[in-house]
Design a protein around this ligand. Structure first.
Ligand code: FES
Length: 328
């Protein structure tokens, strides 16, 4: 017992030291430069990232169209936390820790499925689609309060067909309501809610999560690293950027006039004090229609209320991305 206690203290001391070191490194960092190496590869700092970012922020986990009917569910892992997303009888999307309140077994062991109730495979404790405990066997003490043993829920919100989850004790509200409202408006032309999941593929990046996100925030690397992306994608997505070239602005303005005529929102918008999320609708390169390798249409059907194929719509929506990050 004492030895175990000592081990815990060592671990906590290291973590506290890492927190102090992290604060110092962040305070002295130079703007527009990469972070200090420790912030990328120190295992204690990685653990702090997991606790302070992935277990406290809103994360995009999937689309509402993946679970169109009552009882449809999918599961995700957020760091070491198994999470279950399920649609209930009223059509609401709920998120729960995918962990039984009895002895902690994973409840839904498949990635996707459909259930009437959520039944733990270990001893068959049974929960409804709102996480309420319905059945806990016949051996529980008569004082056992079923109401106190429902599934642990996570914050769950939807907007524009996207599902977001937050595992924190409180959820950050820094502009998030405005973000969801705007996301609804920007995605409305596509009617994403009524799309169907046709194919699923999972890509695991063996990479440092901070480098992946940094990479996502610039297209400076695109021409050298994956030029095929630039067959259709414009390197710029911010009309307010003083470096944006005139031919980009001219192209954008011509497209924007058409969008305005069709009542399709497009302006670049950021949300919250620290601008966690942004939304913008951008045209693709002149002469291309969709993001295929050659820019030619891959499907004759258009989404939602979009009828004019020349009015190609590319909603570039920057969200906090769900990932299963690793330290290196
Ligand atoms: S662990 Fe789930 S019923 Fe026992």
């Amino acid at each position: 017992m004492n030895q175990q206690h000592d081990l815990l203290n060592v671990r906590h001391a290291s973590l506290d030291e890492a927190k102090t070191a992290m604060s110092t490194l962040l305070e002295k960092r130079s703007s527009n430069y990469s972070l200090d190496a420790q912030l990328y590869n120190d295992p204690h700092m990685f653990r702090i990232d997991m606790e302070e970012v992935f277990q406290k922020e809103w994360l995009f986990v999937g689309m509402t169209s993946e679970i169109p009917k009552k009882g449809d569910y999918f599961t995700v892992e957020i760091g070491q936390n198994p999470v279950l997303i399920v649609r209930d009888a009223e059509g609401k999307v709920n998120a729960f820790h995918n962990t039984c309140r009895h002895r902690g077994s994973v409840i839904c062991t498949e990635h996707r499925g459909k259930v009437a109730n959520l039944v733990c495979p270990y001893h068959q404790w049974t929960y409804d689609l709102k996480g309420n405990l319905l059945f806990a066997g016949t051996e529980m003490n008569k004082n056992f309060d079923m109401k106190q043993h429902g599934l642990k829920s996570a914050f769950c919100r939807t907007g524009g067909g996207f599902i977001f989850v937050c595992l924190g004790k409180t959820a950050p509200d820094d502009g998030f309501d405005d973000f969801l409202t705007t996301l609804d408006e920007y995605m409305e032309p596509y009617d994403v809610e009524n799309t169907k999941l046709a194919v699923e593929s999972t890509m695991y990046e063996r990479a440092n999560w901070k480098l992946v996100l940094e990479n996502n925030r610039e297209c400076y690397h695109c021409a050298g690293s994956h030029p095929e992306l630039l067959n259709t994608l414009l390197e710029w997505d911010d009309t307010e950027d003083p470096r944006a070239p005139q031919d980009f602005l001219d192209h954008y303005n011509a497209q924007a006039a058409q969008w305005d005529a069709e009542g399709i929102p497009h302006k670049h918008q950021s949300f919250g004090e620290i601008q966690r999320n942004r939304i913008v609708r951008m045209p693709l390169k002149k002469g291309t229609k969709v993001m295929t390798i050659d820019g030619a249409a891959a499907c004759t059907k258009t989404l939602g209320r979009i009828k004019n194929r020349e009015l190609e719509l590319h909603a570039h929506i920057a969200l906090t991305q769900l990932m299963e990050p690793h330290a290196i």
